[in-house]
Design a binder for this molecule. Structure first.
Ligand SMILES: Nc1ncnc2c1ncn2[C@@H]1O[C@H](COP(=O)(O)OP(=O)(O)OP(=O)(O)O)[C@@H](O)[C@H]1O
Ligand SMILES: [Mg+2]
Length: 232
């Protein structure tokens, strides 16, 4: 790994990451030395068996969980050196998440859901226009006032993608984003993720069990026995 300082690195670097979960007996060592270097705008698929630690890894990359050992740098900064309020602001500004479940607020409209992350953002100028632009680009311009219950599964996931992108994150993390969708809908949601990450020049990591989705990303790695290995 290169040893950039905070000012000259962009993208994501991980060095010898480990994550243990305590148990009554020996701690469960899920990540056993993960190394990764992604430049800004790179796109990676991560595959691996259920229970191999993919979500654990993505949560650490998204600074939602702390590693037991090793280092993560996001745009040259170690998020785990920040105070809790600084970390929350960093996450809100730099990182977008898309999960298998959409986690939209049922009582809010499509437009309001996309705007949720801007409530705590330091710069909220022009966010309503940006939300409309994103929803237009993902094909939901005519559904702004609808509630999530009025949308299909694929449409809800599109809204979740727009919400993840609203604060112009530099890192977009997707955990099984098409896991709940039929094959055709999964394909169109994947189209949106790939197109939007590219358009926004975001670094993209997609965790998936779908070989079809993994094959669409330029780089693929597999989590095997706690380490990331190049996959074909
Ligand atoms: N909070 C926790 N406490 C203890 N063990 C945990 C905790 N969270 C996850 N684990 C364990 O860590 C391992 C990895 O879990 P993780 O959710 O990262 O797997 P995954 O690769 O995402 O699996 P899937 O493909 O099923 O989503 C599992 O054995 C799980 O039981
Ligand atoms: Mg998982």
């Amino acid at each position: 790994m290169r040893t950039e300082t905070a000012s000259d690195a962009s993208g994501l670097q991980a060095r010898e990451l480990t994550r243990d979960y305590p148990t009554r007996a020996e701690p469960l060592r899920i990540l056993r030395g993960v190394n990764l270097s992604l430049a800004r705008g790179d796109a990676l698929a991560v595959t691996g068996p259920s229970g191999s630690g993919k979500s654990t890894l993505l949560h650490i990359f998204g600074a939602l969980d702390r590693p037991s050992g090793g280092e993560v740098l996001i745009n040259g900064r170690n998020p785990f050196a920040l105070t809790e309020p600084e970390l929350a602001a960093f996450r809100n500004r730099e990182i977008g998440f898309v999960f298998q479940e959409h986690y939209l607020l049922p009582q809010c409209s499509v437009l309001e859901n996309v705007l949720v992350p801007t409530i705590v953002a330091s710069d909220a100028t022009g966010v309503a226009e940006r939300a409309r632009m994103l929803l237009d680009r993902i094909g939901l311009a005519n559904r702004l006032d609808h509630r999530p219950a009025e949308l299909s599964g694929g449409e809800r996931q599109r809204v979740a993608i727009a919400r993840a992108l609203i604060n112009r994150p530099t890192l977009l993390l997707c955990d099984e984003p098409t896991g709940n969708l039929d094959r055709i809908t999964a394909r169109s949601v994947a189209d949106v993720i790939l197109e939007m990450a590219k358009a926004e020049n975001a670094t993209l990591i997609v965790v998936t069990h779908s070989a079809e989705l993994a094959a669409r990303l330029p780089r693929r790695m597999e989590l095997v026995e706690g380490k990331l290995e190049a996959a074909e």
